[in-house]
Ligand binder design. Sequence first.
Ligand code: FEH
Ligand code: ZN
Ligand code: ZN
Length: 357
Amino acid sequence: MSTGTTRAFRLTRWGGPPVLTEVPRPSPAGEEVLIRVEAAGLCRSDLHVTDARPGDLPYRLPFTLGHEVAGRVVERGPLATGPAPGERVLVHGPWGCGSCARCRAGAENYCDRRADLDADRAGMGAGLGRDGGMADLLLVPSGRLLVPVGDLDAVQAAPLSDAGLTAYHAVATIRRALDEAPGACVVVLGVGGLGHLAVQILRATTDARVLAVDVREETLALADACGAHFTTLLRPDTGTVLRDRTGGVGAAAVLDFVGSRSSLEPAVRVLRAGGELAVVGSGGGELTVRKPGVLPAGTRVSLPFWGTLPELAAVVSLAREGVLTAEVERFPLSGAPEALAKLRSGGVRGRAVLVPD
Ligand code: FEH
Ligand code: ZN
Ligand code: ZN
C-alpha cells in the first residue's frame, strides 16, 4: 500500500512551463508496476510537448514529463508479470494497446490501434500524455514494457530507451541498403543526442563508412570520437562534398536526424540510386516524392519512429558490451527547468539526464 507524496515535473497547462510539484505516491493495481526512477533523459520532443498549443496533441493535462526512463522495480500489482522488485530496468516509452498484432510482436511504437488511443486521448506513453519519469516514481501499465539492464549505470541506460532505441531502429530500417553494398557509405545528418549513438551503432554493427554532418564543430568532434570516418560542417555545398567523399557513386543510405529543409537538401544530393533515406528528425522539412523528381531512381524513403521492445533489448546488450556509450550531461531532478532551458538553447552536448536528488 503506497502512502504520502512524491515529486514530479508536470505540464499543467498548454504552452505553460512545466512545474516541479508534489503528487500523491502512485500505488500499482492489476498488472501495473511501480518504478523508483534512477534517471530520466530529456528529448527535443519534450520541447514540442511543452510548446504545444491547446488541441495540438491528443493528450489530457496534467501529466508528468519524461519518456526516457531508467529505474528500479519497487512494487508490483497483484497481476503484474516481468521484472521483480529490486530489478533495475528501462521503461519502453511507447505504450500501445498491448493486444494488437504489432503490440504482440513488441512493436508498440507502431500499435495498430494508435488512432483509437489518440481519439480517446489516451496518450502516446510515459511523459507523452501519460505520467512519465521526470519524477521520483513512475507507474508503468505492465511489466511487458520493462527491459532489465543489469548493473548498467542508470545515467548511461536512460538515453538508450529513446535516443539509443530510435537510432538503432533507424539503422535497422536502412540495413538492406548497407547489406546490398558492403563497405558502402552512410551519411548521418545531425550528430546530437540521437546521431552520436547512431554513429556508434553503425560502427559496431555494420562495415559502412560513416560520414557525419552537423552545424557545430564541437559536435563533429563528438562524431569523430564515436568513430565517424569523415565529418563536415553543414554548408550549401555539403551534398557535393559528401558525394565526392563517396567516390562519386553516392551514399547507400542517409540517416537524417534533423529532418529540416537544410538537411534534406544534401540528403537528396548525396543519395545513390537505389539507396535509402530515413527521416528521423521532426525538423519540418518537406520532400516531394515524384517520378521523375529530385530523388534518385529506386530511392526508398522511411519515417522510422522510436523502436521495438526486442530492439531495446539489443540496444541494452550493445551498451553492456561496452560498444555504445551515451554522451550525457547530468542535472538534478530539482534542476529540471534549467535542464529544459539548456536543451532549448542548444547548449546540451549529447543527452541531458535528470537524476532524482
Ligand atoms: C515522441 C512522441 C512523438 C514524436 C516523437 C517522439 C520521440 O521523442 C520518441 O523518440
Ligand atoms: Zn524522445
Ligand atoms: Zn496495439
